[in-house]
Design a protein around this ligand. Structure first.
Ligand code: EPU
Length: 433
């Protein structure tokens, strides 16, 4: 288990560059398997999830290598090979291997996906997509496997997603680009990272239209070629810095992100809480007030307040004036930070799918245990502003989704030791109660 030690009473100030989008990368890497030539994915975040995904591709014989900011995937030697549960369960996005294997080899065998522990994470919409396109799908729960099969190419289909799902939208796109005929994805997820995936697939020779709207239309093609495509910036990383600036009374400009990517509600809620926001081409910026004020938030599919912003925003609101109510409609149990923030002195009340938080002026540094990535981000935001030092156990969750987060926060003035990575706690500040 890796640990971070943060010294509190710090406001973050300065300019920081975000890494490439995790959401785009984790669909783009398996999508590169569909081509007959190498694909270079530029601006690829160097996070544990992308490293694990590249290792997973090597299981099927594809070469996936990092070269600087890019990942080069050469699928020419790739062949069908089952992806065992122990390879799949560390990654949520391993579900895209089902679509990629089916589209390329007509059969798939992939362990059930894992990922952040944030409550129930069904995959029924993925199964619906695969079946609509003519695949036979078997969920082997005791064996922790998804098996799928289709003789010949997948068949284009009209698919209605009962919920706009990031994963099911990208899954349908991956399945449809090489399918026979046309596919319509209705009630598709609307986000810049879906457009990003469509642009990469189109650069590979696919015909995807309407990405970034509720209706995505895809005309299947016979084959895809290699391409070079640079990914957009990571919106959840960007929002983490904005929340940290807002909470700590700091000022941070985040580069490498288009304002529209964040969703209008992200700016609206920061502003309602009293932060000054600014945005322009390629950047977003926040200046925090001396003290935030409470605001109510309901998460939802973009452009509503994105669920991945919710934990760091909750931490920012923990010391706001007044009590905020946060309703979490995407992952109704995603309050893994509640216990730790309460230990730090926050007044937190958890309900079903919602939480109320706020009413204290200061948090106190404590030892907290992160059980998922964005809860860990919440502790980072809280620890920056708290009195004394905060020790975050389970900091490895941060490394799964953030690229160089500690170094970037240090460049903004944070005082962070990565105890699991060889930093020594030589200030005697360890072991906050
Ligand atoms: N849903 C279903 N059935 C499905 C799929 C989803 O009912 O088959 C529901 C979910 O229960 C949820 C909603 O649809 O209520 C949206 O889930 P979605 O499919 O969009 O989630 P996902 O694709 O599994 C991705 C991100 C998550 C992020 C969500 C936001 C990846 C690998 N993961 O997950 O990222 O929270 O979209 O919708 O792209 C994170 O980065 O912290 C993270 C958890």
């Amino acid at each position: 288990m890796s640990e971070w030690l943060l010294r509190g009473d710090r406001s973050v100030q300065g300019t920081v560059q975000v890494a490439g989008s995790k959401y785009s990368a984790l669909a783009a890497i398996p999508a590169a398997l569909l081509a007959q030539e190498p694909t270079v994915i530029g601006n690829a975040p160097d996070i544990r999830d992308t490293r694990d995904y590249c290792a997973l591709l090597s299981q099927v014989g594809a070469r996936a290598e990092r070269a600087g900011c890019a990942i080069r995937i050469d699928p020419r030697e790739a062949d069908f090979a089952p992806v065992p549960p122990e390879w799949a369960e560390g990654l949520r996005a391993s579900y895209y291997m089902v679509g990629a294997q089916l589209a390329r080899w007509g059969r798939a065998e992939v362990g059930l996906p894992g990922g952040d522990r944030i409550g129930r994470r069904p995959i029924d919409l993925h199964v619906k997509v695969l079946r609509a396109m003519g695949a036979e799908v078997e969920l082997d729960i005791p064996g922790r496997l998804i098996r799928a099969r289709r003789s010949g190419r997948l068949q284009g289909a009209s698919i209605y997603l009962d919920t706009p799902s990031v994963g099911a939208t990208a899954q349908a796109m991956i399945c449809a680009v090489l399918a026979r005929g046309q596919t319509r994805i209705e009630n598709a997820y609307v986000a810049a990272f879906i457009v990003d995936l469509a642009e990469m697939l189109n650069a590979m020779g696919a015909d995807v239209r309407g990405a970034g709207t509720r209706l995505v239309r895809i005309r299947g093609v016979q084959a895809l070629h290699g391409a070079e495509h640079a990914l957009i910036g990571d919106q959840a990383e960007a929002f983490t810095y904005l929340a940290a600036a807002a909470a700590s009374g700091g000022e941070v400009r985040v580069m490498g992100i288009e304002p529209g990517q964040l969703g209008a509600s992200a700016f609206a809620k920061l502003a309602e809480a009293g932060a000054e926001t600014e945005a322009g081409p390629g950047y977003v910026q926040v200046r925090g007030p001396a003290r935030l004020r409470a605001t109510d938030i309901t998460t939802g599919p973009l452009p509503a307040f994105y669920t991945d912003y919710q934990p760091p925003m909750a931490a920012a609101l923990a010391t706001a004036e007044g009590v905020s109510r946060i309703a979490e409609t995407v992952w109704p149990e995603r309050f893994g930070y509640a216990e730790g923030l309460a230990a730090m002195g926050a007044q937190v009340r958890r309900g079903v799918g919602e939480i109320t938080i706020g009413g204290v002026r200061r948090l106190r540094g404590r030892t907290v245990v992160a059980t998922e990535s964005r809860a860990a981000a919440a502790y980072v935001v809280a620890g920056l502003c708290a009195e004394g030092s905060t020790r975050i156990a389970g900091a490895e969750h941060l490394e799964r989704v953030y690229s160089n987060l500690a170094a970037k926060l240090r460049s903004l003035g944070a005082d962070i030791l990565e105890l699991g990575r060889g930093d020594r706690d030589d200030r005697g500040a360890a072991a906050p109660a």
